[in-house]
Design a binder for this molecule. Structure first.
Ligand code: BES
Ligand code: MN
Ligand code: ZN
Length: 495
């Protein structure tokens, strides 16, 4: 999608569709409708009086050939209540216009900027890009192919602040990164094998000038990643891959080195502790944590914050087979800690245990992991909100603050020593499950055991990784949730 500023007076902007918005419970001539020529405003006012224009959120009212204007069509989008209007709403509002128009075959549109503040400009670009994504990759007649090609940001001649171009660029980078993550999460597991995920990571890294290294079976065994290997060994999609991507700008301080560790289970059948078949197909998304980290790396490679970052993604399937690990097995993790397997479906914490250990060995001094770790987190928080866990208040708060700024819902759940008893084992150092109660917490804390004293934050994205419903502003399917927050965190931290 080409996105550019346009300075013409709004009445002279020649575009197939000009989009304005107005608020609910306000005159039709509110929001950016206020900036339209008086004839058009009067007409819209009449429509409002007749009850045809309410300003309710995402209501789309098209108007053909508005008099005195160069555009052939005007679309008025309802912005909801003025008091509730934030950059997040703006993002969704643009998205609703994009999805409405692209479904009617429109390829070029102009959005009237209500504000040229950097945050608003970035939100418009992000919202448009995220809305222009459809998950129907393998449909012969793809919707996803017929998107908006050109988005004009109409200023109506208002002067643009100096940061406007940078804000637009940032919005584009973040929106594209989020869509990259969604594309990866959306892929079926027969296409998105560990090998393919490593290929996509390598391609992305090469394109954006990042260092990328992919470890295969031999290196994984040489490093004694016994927990990762226990999960990987049952799959015929051999070999498993361990992806490492480095972003090390020369002008950044030596420390901290922030490790972004993403769960990369390309399919989670549960293994020998096999899952029920209902909804098992959703487990193609079990690499969403890894895909999130790839999206974040793609974004920071372009935004260039002055901070060292490393992404680590253990990628494998979790499959039942004669080679698989089994309940009751005891395995030795890379850290040396032994683990009794009580359930082979609690595989995420195992691959992450070794990934955290390796991250520390490679010099990471802060660990942030993202994982579709537990159904329990989804039960606790629903499907819109990420669970945030960690002992280190400073870094947990950094994540929560970044999430608020980025407009993603994240909520802290506790970690507490009392819960440690729940995943004790009679035969080994740890057991890989902690029972039903507080499952999201014991899952998180199990991972935390491998962080040791290194500051660590865990994001359980099981709920928000996927949207089962369509919204006016985004398609059903993968969400890319988490990318915006982590990009925000890293750029804020560096600044
Ligand atoms: N990948 C699943 C968690 C999950 C469930 C993600 C639903 C997204 C949607 C994870 O590997 C898993 O199976 N967790 C188990 C843990 C249990 C066996 C302790 C779970 O949540 O049931
Ligand atoms: Mn599982
Ligand atoms: Zn899983």
């Amino acid at each position: 999608m080409k996105i550019e500023f346009r300075p013409e007076p709004l009445s002279q902007l020649s575009t197939p569709t000009l989009v304005a918005y107005c608020f609910e419970g306000a005159p039709a001539s509110s929001g950016t409708v206020e900036r339209l020529p008086v004839e058009t405003r009067n007409l819209l006012q009449q429509m409002q009086t007749a009850g045809e224009l309410t300003g309710k959120a995402f209501e789309c009212t098209p108007l053909g050939w508005p008099s005195g204007m160069a555009t052939s069509k005007l679309l008025v989008v309802g912005a909801g209540k003025m008091e509730k209007f934030t950059d997040s709403h703006l993002r969704n509002l643009v998205g609703a216009a994009v999805r409405n128009l692209r479904s009617r075959g429109v390829r070029e549109m102009a959005w009237i900027l209500g504000s040229t503040e950097p945050g608003a400009v970035a939100a418009v670009a992000e919202g448009a890009l995220v809305a222009d994504f459809d998950a129907d990759t393998y449909r012969t007649e793809r919707n996803g192919k017929k998107g908006i090609e050109t988005l004009l940001l109409a200023t109506g001649g208002d002067p643009l602040p100096a940061e406007a171009d940078a804000a637009l660029n940032r919005g584009r980078i973040v929106g594209e990164a989020q869509n990259f993550t969604r594309e990866l999460v959306n892929e079926p597991s027969n296409y998105m094998t560990p090998t393919k995920l490593a290929e996509r990571a390598t391609e992305m890294a090469a394109r954006y000038g990042l260092q990328c290294e992919v470890l295969g079976q031999q290196e994984i065994l040489d490093l004694k990643m016994g927990a990762f290997w226990a999960v990987a060994q049952g799959s015929q999609q051999m070999p498993a891959k361990f992806i490492v991507i480095r972003y090390s700008p020369e002008d950044a301080p030596e420390q901290p080195v922030i490790g972004l560790i993403g769960k990369g289970i390309t399919f989670d059948s549960g293994g020998i502790s096999i899952k029920p078949s209902e909804n098992m197909h959703e487990m193609k998304t079990d690499m969403a944590g890894g895909a999130t980290m790839l999206g974040v790396m793609q974004a920071i490679a372009q935004l260039k914050p002055r901070v060292r970052v490393m992404a680590l993604i253990p990628a494998t399937e979790n499959m039942p087979s004669g080679n698989d690990y089994k309940p009751g097995d005891v395995i030795t993790s890379m850290s040396g800690k032994t683990i009794e397997i009580l359930n082979t479906d609690a595989e995420g914490r195992l691959v992450l245990a070794d990934a955290l250990t390796y991250a520390k060995q490679l010099g990471c001094t802060v660990l942030i992991d993202a994982a579709t770790l537990t159904g329990a987190c989804m039960v606790a928080l629903g499907t819109f909100t990420t669970g945030v866990f960690g002992w280190n208040k400073e870094w947990v708060n950094r994540v929560l603050t970044a999430a608020t700024a980025a407009g993603e819902k994240m909520w802290q759940l506790p970690v507490d020593d009392d819960y440690r008893d729940l995943y004790k084992s009679a035969i080994a150092d740890l057991a890989n499950t902690g029972g039903r109660h507080g499952g999201a917490i014991t899952g998180a804390m199990f991972i935390g055991e491998f962080a040791g004293d290194t500051p660590w934050v865990h994001l359980d994205i099981a709920g928000p990784r996927w949207a089962n419903d369509e919204k006016p502003y985004r398609a059903k399917g993968p969400t890319g949730h988490g990318v915006r927050t982590l990009v925000q965190l890293l750029t804020d931290f560096a600044a």
